[in-house]
Design a binder for this molecule. Structure first.
Ligand SMILES: C[S@@+](CC[C@H](N)C(=O)[O-])C[C@H]1O[C@@H](n2cnc3c(N)ncnc32)[C@H](O)[C@@H]1O
Length: 272
């Protein structure tokens, strides 16, 4: 699949999701690009106190983890969220950085950016900004961020190495990256890799866990470690759905389901 074809399809899918205010929950196997029924969610790991300042209409997550709870965000810090979606993580981070801090959400889907801006404005958040752009070419200067977060987005990038290089570039020395994402324990069947729908649903573009961690290290990050890891799918009923949707055998579908992990990873940009 060509990179531009992937990007176009991903953007189209998230545009539709934004327009229909769709969401999903993190226990869903294919939460990212699917979400057939709109629902307000309280994704796992989000504390009630984090969510109490967030307007109801912004409590929509397409994430697969919770980078915020591991980020130890402090007052006055600058936080950048790669693939900010409806803006939930940005709004939570906004309260943590306070009036002397700043939060920047970046997303390539104009309809997502619009929704996130409306959510932030309605809630009166003045220290959050949403910028339209690709995470492979961040519209952000060098060495400005204290923290880069991302929740279930980098698997969707056809150029993941570049994303980690960009995250490294915009972080100040001593800054940290906290990403939640979907990875595989074992390589899935080729049909999954060739299926655009699987890609949009955050499965087809997910890479092996060890490759993911290597890419983060290769970008220059140190002290790279997995802070949280869980199986994406605990519902065996999904096998049949995968088998039909991705035209693979039930046995392969089972292997795919067992192999999908949600991880949250930390990395540090060292002082040189
Ligand atoms: C699965 S959703 C996650 C949204 C949000 N992080 C959350 O947890 O709810 C993926 C988001 O990333 C955006 N996205 C995907 N690929 C991107 C890219 N290459 N550059 C910028 N945004 C991207 C999509 O538009 C979508 O809003």
């Amino acid at each position: 699949m060509k990179k531009e074809e992937i990007r176009k399809k991903v953007r189209e899918s998230y545009s539709q999701i934004a327009q229909r205010n769709l969401s999903c929950c993190t226990s869903s196997p294919s939460c990212c690009g699917k979400g057939e029924a709109p629902k307000i969610i309280l994704p796992s790991g989000y504390s009630e106190s984090d969510l109490e300042s967030v307007p109801e209409e912004a409590k929509l997550s397409l994430g697969c983890g919770n980078p915020i709870i591991f980020s130890s965000i402090r007052g006055g810090e600058t936080v950048v969220d790669l693939g900010s979606g409806f803006g939930l993580d940005c709004l939570i981070a906004s309260r943590k950085v306070g009036e002397n801090g700043k939060v920047i959400g970046v997303d390539m889907t104009p309809e997502m950016i619009n929704k996130a801006r409306i959510n932030a404005t309605r809630a009166g958040y003045s220290n959050v900004e949403f910028r339209l752009g690709e995470i492979e070419n961040l519209p952000i200067a060098d060495n400005v961020a204290d923290v880069v977060i991302s929740n279930c987005v980098i698997n969707l990038s056809p150029d993941k190495e570049r994303v980690f290089q960009e995250a490294y570039r915009i972080l100040k020395p001593g800054g940290r990256i906290l990403v939640s994402d979907i990875v595989f324990q074992n390589e899935p069947p080729r049909r999954i890799r060739e299926n655009l729908r699987a890609y949009v649903e955050c499965i087809g573009g997910a890479i092996l866990k060890e490759d993911y961690l290597s890419m983060i290290r290769k970008a220059g990050f140190q002290e790279v470690k997995v802070l949280d890891e869980k199986r994406m799918i605990d519902d065996s009923g999904v096998e049949e759905e995968y088998a039909n949707e991705f035209e693979i055998s039930l046995k392969d579908a089972r292997k795919v389901a067992e192999s999908l992990l949600s991880i949250t990873v930390y990395g540090l940009k060292p002082y040189k």
